[in-house]
Write a protein that binds this ligand. Structure first.
Ligand code: FAD
Length: 471
């Protein structure tokens, strides 16, 4: 892409006005990913305030061949929202587009600007006595536009699906600046191609999402949460199926926590403690929810755990008896990512396999990385109910961090080969971005890559939208 001329940059800045231009000194937070894996430069960082402004900027970009990098809350973990080091791209942050547009309680929908944070969308739903169920540890910062552009997952996918399944309509600014108003709140619409699906998960490479109509759900009136010790991953998977059948489909979250993860959290997070008296190799955090206030979910969850004990799938368990205790359990799970940083270098794998192969995957992948790097500490945790595990590696105690992280590609290759052999995915929920672009191209069938490239060519013929990411 050509570097935009000073005149092009000035025209774009004029569209957003002084309020929408991030001064050079303040641009740093928009140019670096939070894990510091990627740091870029930009010709400008712009913060448009409306769909019209996004459209006007895209028209200039289309005319001048200027590359645009859309950015939401900058919590993405694959470098998609960060410009390259060339300084030729313009970062378009949606942060100022943070209006709740409309809540239609009868239709059970919420229409928002793309820059509304996930937490603000959840709060708007809650005010109306409804639930917007997408839930991620980054929800205070990540934005609906970013969630939809990455098809985010999170802790409630088991019950409600990924972001893709939680959206009914979209407003998108196309690469040439045209605005597609697809803000429909329809649960049934069988009029040809479902265009919105093309933009969901496209990571800013096909269009800029400026608005969305989100699906709302009844707010759960009863919740039950337990932290259970299990002897191994196979037992955890069997317990999930027991929970499914005993509860009749009320399981909302089923998260795997390894002993080493619990050790990290209790060592580094103030106030965190082991909920059970004896150490076990693995744990699961189970949550059930029901729309009815009269459902006795504690009794249902107790029945699940009793059946688990009987079948030797559970060795011990504790039920949350208060909201504070429930929050404590969730804190153990949600701080698992950040505590790894305090244990030195960490190499990540966000992968999925069929749930039925989860135990075999974790066993084989652990064996492979331990053989290649004696002393490596496997921290495998996450959304086991969806077959999605964050198979992360912490550096051996006392190892050199830089030397450890330098083996990122080698470890990825070992783990991803096992994922592929098991029919899994090398990116379960974080996307492709820059981090996994080349690997994706090498692992998908040529016909699939060709179809993706044809789509990109059709919707962004001059290649100005987030170039170098995904395809
Ligand atoms: P950004 O990071 O700003 O952007 C991500 C991608 O989307 C980029 O390619 C960007 O170009 C594109 N994009 C952003 N906004 C738009 C738009 N309006 N139009 C078009 N393209 C756009 N992810 C999960 O899926 N599940 C988790 O459980 C999870 N947990 C996390 C926990 C932590 C602590 C952190 C830091 C991250 C976690 N993530 C998780 C990753 C991240 O939060 C999600 O990918 C999130 O959806 C990104 O939203 P964002 O607004 O920050 O987008």
């Amino acid at each position: 892409m050509p570097k935009p001329t000073p005149e092009t940059v000035a025209r774009m800045k004029a569209v957003v006005g002084a309020k929408g231009v991030v001064a050079n000194d303040d641009a740093a937070p928009y140019l670096e990913e939070r894990r510091a894996l990627y740091r870029g430069r930009a010709a400008a960082v712009l913060r448009p305030a409306s769909t019209e402004e996004v459209s006007a900027i895209l028209k200039i970009a289309h005319e001048t061949g200027t590359a645009i990098v859309p950015q939401g809350g900058n919590t993405g973990l694959v470098g998609g929202q960060i410009p390259f080091e060339s300084g030729e791209e313009v970062v378009l942050s949606l942060t100022r587009m943070n209006r709740i547009r409309a809540l239609d309680a009868e239709n059970n929908t919420l229409a928002v600007d793309a820059g509304v944070t996930l937490a603000a969308a959840q709060a708007a739903a809650e005010e109306a006595g409804r639930l917007f169920p997408l839930s991620l540890a980054s929800e205070g910062s990540c934005q609906i536009g970013g969630n939809l552009a990455t098809n985010a997952g999170g802790t409630a996918v088991l019950r409600y699906g990924n972001a893709r399944e939680l959206v009914l309509g979209l407003e998108v600014v196309m690469a040439n600046g045209d605005v597609w108003d697809g803000m429909r709140g329809l649960r049934k619409d069988n009029t040809g191609y479902d265009l919105k699906q093309i933009f969901l998960g496209s990571e800013g490479t096909l269009g800029i999402i400026t608005g969305a109509v989100l699906k709302l759900f009844p707010r759960p009136q009863s919740l039950a949460t337990a932290f259970a010790a299990v002897p191994d991953v196979a037992a955890a998977v069997k317990l999930l199926r027991v929970a499914d059948s005993v509860s009749g489909g009320m399981v909302t979250a089923f998260e795997l926590v390894p002993r080493i993860g619990l050790d990290f959290v209790t060592a580094h997070v103030e106030g965190a403690h082991d909920p059970l008296p004896d150490a076990a190799p693995w744990y699961v955090l189970i949550e059930m929810s029901a729309g009815s206030a009269t459902a006795d979910l504690d009794a249902t969850l107790e029945a699940v755990l009793a059946e688990g004990l009987e079948q030797k799938l559970v060795s011990d368990a504790v039920l949350a008896r208060s909201e504070a205790q429930r929050a404590d359990f969730w804190r153990l799970r949600e701080t698992l990512s950040e505590v790894q940083r305090l244990e030195g270098g960490s190499i990540k794998h966000d992968v999925s396999v069929p749930v039925s192969r989860m135990a075999a995957f974790i066993a084989q992948a652990t064996q492979a990385v331990e053989a290649a790097m004696p002393g490596v500490r496997v921290v495998a945790f996450g959304h086991i109910g969806d077959g999605n595990v964050h198979f992360n590696l912490s550096q051996p105690v006392g190892a050199d961090k830089a030397a450890f992280v330098a083996r990122w590609g080698e470890m990825n290759a070992l783990v991803h080969a096992i994922v592929r052999a098991m029919g899994g995915s090398i990116s379960a929920e974080h996307g492709i971005g820059r981090l996994k672009r080349d690997e994706m191209a090498a692992t998908k069938a040529p016909v699939e890559i060709a179809a993706m490239r044809a789509l990109k060519q059709a919707l962004d013929p001059t290649g100005i939208l987030n170039p170098g990411k995904v395809v």
